[in-house]
Design a protein around this ligand. Structure first.
Ligand code: HEM
Length: 398
């Protein structure tokens, strides 16, 4: 028997505070039918993990948003990476894995460490010498990735202000056509055109990720037709996600000053602390799959061709998997969280995101003795992301 819940996961009050609704979903059963959108929902960790692993039963190729492209023609271009099933997924994925792996990290680490220190220096020099207040979203969580990632991708300074609204719209478009989508719609075409113009070989610096994707096409690893779409996937997935993961980490640390003290005592914990923030806040809250046949989940059967919403954020706080799941704890072992997904589509940029976090939080640890929230943090609603508009912070400097 499949449980049925009267819940709209895209209602603005639910997006603003998903946690109580996540608990209702988890408690209702291993899979739950949501008549509000005619979809199934999976929110427990074990079942989300199993569905992410089972790409044969839960495909991505019919769209990882609410729309079912087995039943309707796509109104937007499908991603050749995140919305492709094997065998089409294999080659672009291989190219990105090679590009964004350990070699890139070694190449980028030194420069990013210097840039993070310079940014933090600029931000903290605004205070009275011992205490400084700043908005952690604008000053750090946006500023750092918007500097280093487009540089690494190989795009010019001009037009970078398009990156966040482009990806914001794309991630909103995974949901229904609600007011969040409507608000971004007037600019959507122009933003998409801008990304298209900057995904071609001529627009990209010759030493960045973009040029390397085109070089992979020259070597025959992907087709020249696929290359601009693979570049586009980095525009779509590479900046906004990291911005809101960094914002989540800074918010979590400012809201829990004791955890900052623990990090100061053992700065080697920075990487784990970032992963714990990704578990605790889950910047990417949800993604969809589509069943390719009747699929059993627990004691229920999800019929062929159903859209299934996977609640990564709910799984990351499932008490069946985590002790004290609502507690942000830098001494926890967060491995096994699904904040980066799992299985063949698990985030191919996760090491880049972790490197950005390590550089930025590491630089902040060198300069900031303690920090706390300096006022109420403000959420930015998005159909897919748990995002922040503003996180005011007061920092006592070393
Ligand atoms: C896939 C989250 C940073 C590029 C994913 C998925 C998640 C995710 C949950 C899985 C989607 C699915 O299963 O359908 C995040 C978070 C990030 C982050 C939370 C920041 C903390 C990045 C960065 C890049 C990137 C920095 C690029 C450098 C991608 C790509 C995919 C992906 C291309 C598709 C992979 C595939 O389908 O094989 N990400 N991501 N992400 N991510 Fe990330």
């Amino acid at each position: 028997m499949t449980a049925i819940l009267d819940l709209d996961p895209f209602a603005l009050d639910v997006l603003a505070d998903p946690h109580p609704h996540d608990a209702r979903l988890r408690d209702a059963g291993p899979v739950v039918y949501l008549p509000a959108h005619g979809i199934y929902a999976i929110a427990r960790h074990a079942e989300v993990h199993a569905a992410l692993r089972n790409w044969q039963g839960f495909q991505s190729g019919a769209g990882v948003g609410l729309a079912n492209f087995r039943k309707e023609a796509p109104r937007r271009p499908l991603s050749v990476v995140v919305e492709a099933d094997p065998p089409y997924h294999d080659a672009p994925r291989r190219v990105l894995s090679a590009l964004l792996g350990p070699r890139a990290q070694r190449r980028l680490r030194e420069g990013w460490t210097v840039q993070a220190r310079e940014l933090v220096d600029r931000v903290v020099s605004g205070g009275d010498g011992s205490v400084v207040e700043f908005d952690a979203v604008g000053a750090l969580a946006e500023a750092f990735p918007l500097r280093v990632f487009p540089d690494a991708l190989g795009i010019p300074d001009e037009g970078r202000e398009n990156l966040l609204p482009f990806s914001d719209f794309l991630l909103n478009a995974f949901g229904p056509r609600n007011e969040l989508v409507a608000a971004g719609a007037p600019r959507a075409r122009a933003l998409s055109d801008w990304v298209g113009e900057h995904s071609v070989r001529e627009a990209l610096a010759d030493d960045g990720f973009g040029a390397q994707i085109w070089a992979a096409a020259d070597r025959g690893e992907i087709t020249h037709g696929q290359a601009p779409h693979v570049v586009r996937s980095l525009f779509a997935a590479g900046v906004n996600t990291t911005v809101h993961a960094l914002a989540a980490a800074l918010h979590a640390l400012a809201a829990h000053p004791g955890q900052w003290r623990r990090l100061r005592a053992d700065p080697g914990l920075v990487r784990v602390a970032f992963d714990e923030a990704v578990r605790w806040a889950s910047p990417v809250q949800t993604f969809f799959r589509t069943t390719t046949g009747d699929v059993r989940v627990g004691d229920a059967v999800v019929p062929d061709g159903s859209k299934v919403m996977l609640f990564l954020g709910a799984a990351n706080r499932d008490p069946r998997r985590w002790s004290d799941p609502d507690m942000f704890d830098v001494h926890r072992n967060p491995s096994g969280h699904v904040g980066f997904g799992f299985g063949i589509h698990q985030c191919v940029g996760q090491h880049i995101a972790r490197l950005e976090a390590e550089c930025l939080l590491g630089a902040l640890l060198e300069r900031v003795e303690s920090m706390e929230l300096a006022g109420p943090a403000r959420r930015r609603l998005n159909n897919t992301l748990m995002a922040w508009d503003s996180v005011p912070v007061r920092a006592v400097l070393t």
